[in-house]
Design a protein around this ligand. Structure first.
Ligand code: HEM
Ligand SMILES: [Cu+2]
Length: 614
């Protein structure tokens, strides 16, 4: 990890000092990198879970895993991948890039940003610690009641509290993104000139704010049902398990857009740069994100076609679900039109971006199929569904994220990721995803239920399960190639220029990696592609806002002095206190609840006094 911005020579510092610097940092770039690194670690754990699941299912009547462990593994796999891998990878890239792309010095609330990270990390660790503390949650990633409300051990409480902590992190982070994008855009960066990645992050932040309350309330009610004798979701006591499904999916469907909209943004940045022409249909891509954001709140009960809502409700939710394919299709056509006639630069980011489009189209088509209630009644809870969401959320999302990694890696670390290894990784991944997940469509159609621990011989499931498991190993191999590439690039990688891909957005106007304050000079922003304007003559020469004002440019405003808040350890203190309180709840220790909350109070007081001094 480079710390170029720091003048003291690395060799003379003890590692403790380096650790302290990262622990107390409020720099959005460092926080972004910590998010990415942590999420990759969680991704590896979630991937290991997936490999174990696939090993268990590789042949019929296998007893490699016990049924209980199997339940824990698929629950943790889904939970980790959704909440601790894909979401925070997006947050990490957003943290790193949004301020750079809009020409800001940092996020609007740098200390809050650090708090979000620590809450995310501790919430994730709390969840994972359940493996060691008596057994992991085992009620599935959507924890359907009444199973989740009545299971005997406290495993599901780990799940509830872990998600509440990471939920607070997400809410604070979303507020931070919204305020940053609304208030900190550089002079000239109107909404209509904002990079599409920033649009994706902005809409995602609104989705988080609107979707999280529903599941937060649900989680608290579930906690009460489990621990305080309430009966929200337990039918024997007069509760309604479907209420949980509504609360969960009112969050859960927008959640899939929370995972994918920032990735749509990545694709919209990568394609024009590697097709060497402007994005086709900028406004359509930006506004279709907004449309998807709104429509995303009207489709949640397509996850509940089989619960007996009646034909009217089923038809309504089928219609809205099919409608959402329209703005999604708009994006796909615009991406293809961007590639069309471009002079394509076949580098790893383009490979991954095109791979994303292919996989997303396949997953999108099966999504529209599942939106049809009669078909869904046949296919729900079969491997067809597993195939569907692994095409969109896994194959597409992961390929899209890697497009972003290969594209922005040189900016973040100052050296390139290897091109040949990148392409090798792409092909292993692309083939691996298809070999793993395509046969699952067929397995589902011939009746293999999801979440099945093992299966009998002679059902015709053996061959394709084996194929899927071999595909999963191929995916594992591709991830190893990536890690190898990272290692090689860190040791011997080719130094990256400030602008190795001929980019057009503002992050390419600063050094690789950028200094702590991001920009010494900001190009004048008079179009959607300020850095192309700069390079290809249409725009102004490199200048500061002050020069721009002097030159009487209408877009520019007087410069503001760069003020970066000092490092602080109160965010980690606050997050630690809250996590201690959560553990205390798990073990019903009043003493530690009080202690934890006192530490929270110290953290809040510390942050408040620092803010006052700033
Ligand atoms: C990397 C390769 C992956 C493989 C081989 C894999 C494999 C599987 C399998 C076999 C299941 C079904 C378990 C069952 O129903 O018995 C499953 C469930 C699931 N996977 Fe993956 N997966 C992978 C990556 C991911 C990623 C990146 C995500 C992120 C969104 C994800 C999200 C889920 C979810 C949400 C479930 C449902 C869990 C549940 O039923 O509670 N998977 N996965
Ligand atoms: Cu949905």
């Amino acid at each position: 990890m480079t710390t170029t911005a720091v003048p003291v020579p690395e060799t003379r510092r003890r590692w403790l000092a380096v650790a302290w610097e990262w622990i107390t940092t409020v720099d959005h770039k460092k926080i972004g990198l910590m998010y990415v690194a942590t999420a990759i670690a969680f991704f590896l754990i979630g991937g290991l879970d997936a490999l174990l699941i696939r090993l268990q299912l590789a042949r019929a009547e296998n007893t490699f895993l016990s049924p209980q462990l199997y339940n824990e593994l698929f629950t943790m796999h889904g939970t980790i991948m959704v909440f601790l891998a894909i979401m925070p990878l997006n947050v990490g890239l957003g943290n790193y890039l949004v301020p750079l792309m809009i020409g800001a010095n940092d996020m609007a609330f740098p200390r809050l940003n650090a708090l979000s990270y620590w809450l995310f990390l501790f919430g994730g660790l709390l969840l994972l610690s359940s493996f060691a503390l008596g057994g992991a949650p085992d009620a599935g990633w959507f924890a359907y009641a009444p199973l989740s409300a009545t299971s005997p051990t406290n495993a599901v409480d780990f799940w509830i509290l872990g998600l509440l902590l990471t939920g607070v992190a997400s809410t604070l982070g979303a507020i931070n993104f919204i305020v940053t994008v609304f208030n900190l855009r550089a002079p000239g960066m109107s909404f209509g000139r904002m990079p599409l990645f920033v649009w994706g992050q902005l809409v995602t932040a609104f989705l988080l704010i609107w979707a999280l309350p529903s599941v937060t309330v649900g989680l608290i009610m579930l906690y009460f049902d489990r621990n305080f004798g309430t009966a929200f979701f337990i039918p024997e006591r007069g509760g309604d398990p479907l209420l949980w499904q509504h609360l969960f999916w009112f969050f859960g469907h927008p959640e899939v857009y929370i995972m994918i909209l920032p990735i749509f943004g990545i694709i919209s940045e990568v394609l024009p740069v590697f097709a060497r022409k402007p994005i086709f249909g900028y406004a359509f891509i930006a506004y279709s994100s907004v449309a998807i954001g709104f429509l995303g709140f009207t489709v949640w009960a397509h996850h509940m076609f089989a619960v007996g809502m009646g034909p009217l409700a089923n038809a309504a939710f089928a219609a809205t679900s099919m409608l959402i394919a329209v703005p999604t299709g708009v994006k796909i056509f615009n991406w293809i039109a961007t590639l069309w006639g471009g002079s394509l630069n076949f580098k790893p980011p383009l490979y991954f971006a095109v791979g994303f489009i292919v996989m997303f189209i396949i997953g999108g088509i099966t999504g529209v199929m599942l939106a049809s209630p009669p078909l869904d009644l046949q296919l729900t809870d079969t491997y067809f569904v597993v195939a569907h969401f692994h095409y969109v959320l896994v194959s597409a999302a992961v390929l899209g994220l890697f497009a972003g990694f290969y594209y922005w890696w040189p900016k973040m670390f100052g050296h390139m990721l290897g091109e040949r290894l990148g392409k090798l990784q792409f092909w292993l991944m692309f083939i691996g995803f298809n070999v793993t997940f395509f046969p699952m469509h067929y397995l589902g159609m011939i009746g293999m239920p999801r979440r099945t621990w093992t299966y009998a011989h002679g059902l015709g499931w053996d061959t394709w399960n084996l194929v899927a498991s071999l595909g999963a190993l191929t995916i594992g191999l591709s991830v190893l190639v990536f890690l190898w590439n990272v290692w090689l690039s860190a040791r011997y990688g080719q130094r990256a220029d400030n602008d190795p891909w001929d980019g057009h957005t503002l992050e390419w106007a600063t050094t690789s990696p950028p200094p702590a304050h991001n920009f010494d000079r900001l190009p004048l922003i008079r179009s959607r592609r300020p850095v192309w304007d700069l390079k290809y003559g249409e725009g102004a020469p490199l200048t500061t806002p002050r020069d721009a004002v002097a030159a009487g440019r209408p877009e520019a405003e007087p410069p503001q002095a760069v003020h970066l808040p000092p490092p602080t350890f109160y965010p980690i203190v606050l997050a630690f206190g809250l996590t201690m309180a959560a553990y205390a709840l798990l073990y019903a220790s009043i003493l530690f609840i009080v202690l934890g909350l006192s530490i929270v109070f110290i953290g809040i007081a510390g942050l408040a006094s620092q803010a006052a001094r700033d």
